[in-house]
Design a protein around this ligand. Sequence first.
Ligand SMILES: [Mg+2]
Length: 197
Amino acid sequence: MHIGVDLDNTILDATSAHLHYYNIASGLSLTPDDVNDFYIYRLYGWDKAEMDVVYSQYGHDIHWNSSPLPMAVEILQQLFNQHQISIITARPLLYREVTIEWLKLHKINYHNIELIENKLQVCMNSKVDVLIDDGPHYAEEFALVNKPVILYDQPYNLSVSNDFVYRASNWIEVKKHIDFLESKLHRLDITVPKLDK
Ligand SMILES: [Mg+2]
């Protein structure tokens, strides 16, 4: 299978890194328990322009100092051995280098990487079979075109539910969903009726 994988709050804990630097910038002291919005900067009362100022100052450090989520590295290695892995992140292109260096540091193997906001478009173009992501808007978008998303549980995506969403609260569950989708693909291959019969 061709698997698309998001980075922030899917492979790594972006919430803690963002809060750490946003707290420095704001003087506030928010914790992960305060996070109920995909756009963490909104918890600080910032608009997009204010966030851009903070992000341009701390973005590199935020991305460099994020930690992988439990078992993400190990399971990704197993998936890499069997599947095509594309890292698909909405991070700005400016952060391509620190992103690639971070992946290298944590020994995460992949076949391809895209920094792009329109994940649906890139997944259609490169025939991605399933996206692993935490973004509620991606789960909604992909369902409209019948594409499965393994939605990594985060406080801000718990209300999303549809026939194409497979929920995972950890990477062991991600792997189980991948194995299920893979077996489903094979079953479909076998049960396709032959035209000459
Ligand atoms: Mg994400």
